[in-house]
Design a protein around this ligand. Structure first.
Ligand code: XMP
Length: 510
């Protein structure tokens, strides 16, 4: 299979670069610049290498550098932004810094004739984000683009198939970015485009059928996209040798357990154990109000329930997980601050003695997982689901969790989701839900005074959930949801809408 290496120098668009390459049907891998050598790059047989951007200046003592031998390895290289400057620096060129040269945002760039710019007009808008710039070209390179403030906006050495661009072709604001990447991948690297999802699916099913033959496989099914796709894919490969365990911890949305049963047992005919652990979780959570403590208890108890079910099954040796590519990249990055300990089934392999772990989607991005899900026949409703946190409604109930509060929140949340569905919005928010606060306030119903709970409605719009804007929902939708909640859910007297973005707030309230 053809593949491209995205050599990561710490820029913010690195995953985007890999996705843009894959959109053009070529498999791309992201590797940190200090975790791979030139010899390994050669041995892996990459068709081309892309140096990403990064926040540093090439002259900083601690800035990431790379072995200049990569430029003589005979492999085409495209350097983007910092990657472009690094190529210049490695080849003996000069990089300077001047406030008068900095460019941020949409910038008109003028192109010269180059294989990288084949099919482009003489000028067009590109996305710039830099202060440093290349002031002297490295030996053997030609200047192939400029802007009003940047004299060398792109450079090339056609004979050695080395290219650098100061702007970001991966960002959609670069009008011809897609065409430039296409030129690099197909014309310069000589790729043919063999990364297609249908083939990936067939090959994976074939591979797991062979590899897992005669083995018993266990998978923790959450009902979310990733574990659902992993489950259905493996079911296609090995049928009833796959057992899924769905832990009903009682912190689920309304009708969630039924939905999982109908989909996976009813529709796909899979082996699914639905472990009813509702009482068990409530007991453990009694009296607990601190968010991180709730998460820890739920994570720990989840593993214990799963272990109990696995023990009952006996001879299971393989654990399957719905890990996807961003999980793999992120876990390799290490030391970013823990804002919230996100609960997933990550603790399982360490605790339990499995002889093998399979992660069918560990090379895929989220949108690719969706595509596979659709090909596997999963309902759009499931494939396009909004994310739901592992600790479920526990992090949407402020304060202690009780069965009564869970019931109130489940009803309010279901009404809000129904109203958003009925509204048929052009673009639905990325995530939307209700939160039950521990705040009580006075209300009036008929002629009587009431004193009930306050529910918050939250809806956010985002691409990556790292940042998010609060969604400008139509007033009519908010009005309808608010009045239905106070009318239909006894015990709730007030409904408010959350207008904080992330940052400063997080998406979830806890
Ligand atoms: P925050 O609240 O950190 O959420 O802005 C970002 C995204 O992550 C989801 N989230 C979680 N998912 N376990 C999960 O599996 C968790 O503990 C958890 N906390 C937040 C959240 O729903 C949002 O999509």
């Amino acid at each position: 299979m053809e593949k491209i290496l995205v050599l990561d120098f710490g820029g913010q668009y690195n995953q985007l670069i890999a996705r843009r390459v894959r959109e053009q049907h070529i498999y791309a891998e992201i590797r940190p610049y200090n975790k791979i050598t030139v010899d390994e790059i050669k041995a892996e047989g990459y068709a081309g290498v892309i140096f990403t951007g990064g926040p540093n200046s090439v002259y900083d003592v601690n800035s990431p550098h790379f072995d200049p031998a990569i430029l003589s390895a005979g492999i085409p290289v495209l350097g983007i932004c910092y990657g472009d400057q690094l190529m210049a620096y490695m080849g003996g060129g000069k990089v300077d810094s001047a406030a008068s040269s900095s460019e941020y945002g949409r910038t008109t760039v003028f192109f010269s004739e180059s294989p990288l710019f084949a099919g482009l007009p003489a000028e067009s808008v590109c996305w710039m984000s830099h202060t440093d710039y290349i002031s002297t070209l490295p030996e053997g390179f030609t200047n192939i683009a400029h802007s009003a403030r940047c004299p060398i906006a792109a450079m090339s050495n056609d004979a050695r198939r080395l290219y650098g661009v100061q702007f970001h072709p991966e960002v959609t604001h670069t009008v011809y970015g897609r065409q430039m990447l296409h030129n690099f991948l197909y014309d310069i690297c000589g790729c043919k485009g063999d990364w297609v999802m249908e083939r990936f699916l067939e090959q994976s099913i074939e591979k797991y059928r062979r590899e897992l033959s005669g083995k018993k496989v266990l998978l923790a099914l959450s009902g979310g996209l990733d574990s659902s796709v992993a489950a259905v894919l493996l079911h296609r490969a090995i049928g009833h040798d796959l057992t899924c365990v769905f832990v009903d911890h009682g912190l689920l949305r309304k009708n969630e357990a039924e939905f999982v049963r109908d989909t996976f047992v009813g529709h796909f005919g899979m082996n699914v154990i639905i472990a009813d652990a509702r009482e068990r979780f409530l007991r453990k959570l009694a009296g607990v109000t601190e968010p991180e403590k709730k998460r820890k208890i739920i994570g720990g108890e989840f593993i214990r329930v799963f272990e109990d079910e696995a023990r009952k099954l006996g001879d299971v040796t393989v654990l399957a997980q719905g890990t996807i590519y961003p999980d793999v990249i992120e876990s390799g990055k290490g030391d970013s601050a823990v804002i919230k300990s996100h609960h997933n089934v990550g603790g399982l392999p360490e605790r339990m003695a499995f002889s093998q772990i399979v992660e069918p989607m560990r090379d895929l991005f989220k949108d690719e997982v969706r595509e596979i899900g659709i090909q596997l026949g999963l309902a759009r409703e499931l494939v396009c689901r909004q994310p739901f946190p592992g600790p479920g409604l526990a992090v949407r109930i402020i304060g202690e969790i009780t069965a009564e509060k869970l019931d109130l929140l489940r009803e309010a949340d279901a009404i809000f989701r129904e109203e958003i569905a009925h509204a048929n919005l052009d673009t639905a928010p990325s995530q939307y839900f209700a939160v039950l606060t521990d705040l009580h306030s006075v209300g009036v119903m008929g002629d009587a005074r009431t004193y009930g709970a306050t529910v918050v409605l939250r809806a956010v719009t985002t691409d990556d959930f790292m940042t998010a804007a609060w969604t400008r929902l139509p007033y009519d939708v908010l009005e309808k949801a608010g009045s239905r909640i106070t009318n239909e859910v006894a015990g709730i007297t007030r409904v408010v809408y959350d207008i904080t973005s992330k940052p400063p707030a997080t998406v979830e309230w806890e």
